[in-house]
Design a protein around this ligand. Sequence first.
Ligand SMILES: Nc1ncnc2c1ncn2[C@@H]1O[C@H](COP(=O)(O)OP(=O)(O)OP(=O)(O)O)[C@@H](O)[C@H]1O
Length: 218
Amino acid sequence: MMKVSNLRKSYGEGSTKVEVLKGINLEIAKGETLALIGKSGSGKSTLLSLLAGLDQPDSGEIAVGDKKISHMKEKELTHFRAEHMGIVFQQFHLVSTLTALENVLLPLELLKRPDAKETAEKLLESVGLLHRAHHLPSQLSGGESQRVAIARALAIRPTILFADEPSGNLDEETGDKVMELLFKMVKETNTTLVLVTHDQDLARKCSRVVHLEHGSLA
Ligand SMILES: Nc1ncnc2c1ncn2[C@@H]1O[C@H](COP(=O)(O)OP(=O)(O)OP(=O)(O)O)[C@@H](O)[C@H]1O
C-alpha cells in the first residue's frame, strides 16, 4: 500500500551537512501496524515527516497505492494529505481557539464530508470525551487533548495514520491508556499505522518493528 524507495535526506551544507537518511527502502501493507524505533537523533521524525508528506526528500520515491507523493506539487499533496493521512504528534497540536468538537470537525468540513457533525460527535464519544465537546484545548488535560487529537486524525478515515511519540508528553498511566485506545481504534477501522516510539513495549504491540540506524533500516 505504501512503498518507499531509496529515500535520502540530509540537512545543512558543507562542514555542517548531516546525512540523516541514506537510502531507505520500505513497504507497508494495508492494515499493518509498523513501529519505527531507533536512538535519539537517528532520523525517526525526519522519516515520518517525509512519509506523511510534510517535508520533501532530497531523492528517492514515496508511493501510496499508485500515487507518488514524493513527486506531487504542493497543492496536490496538501489535498492528498487531507484526504488520506492522519497525523498525531507528541504535542497534540490542537487549534487552541476551537473547541474539542470543532477540532475534530475541522478536517471533515475541509473535505466537505456529509454528516460531519454526527461523525465528529461519534468519534468524540468513542474516545470518551463527548462530555468535553465544548471545551477549549486549554480546558483539557494532556490525555484528553491527545484523545481529541486521535479522534481528529481518524475522523477522515485515513488510509494511513502516522503517530510521532503520541504518548511522549503524558505520564505513564495516561500514556498507556491513550495508546490502548489508539490501537483499539486502528484495529477496528483496519487503519494502517506508522508509529515512532522509544518505547520497546509499545513497539512490540505493533505487527512489525523496523529499526533506524546509521541512516538505514534494519
Ligand atoms: N531542520 C533541521 N536542520 C538541521 N538538522 C536537523 C533538522 N531536523 C533534524 N535535524 C538533525 O537530523 C537528525 C535526525 O533528527 P530526527 O529528529 O529525525 O531524529 P529522531 O530519531 O526523531 O530523534 P528523537 O528520538 O530525539 O526525537 C538529528 O541529528 C538532528 O539534529
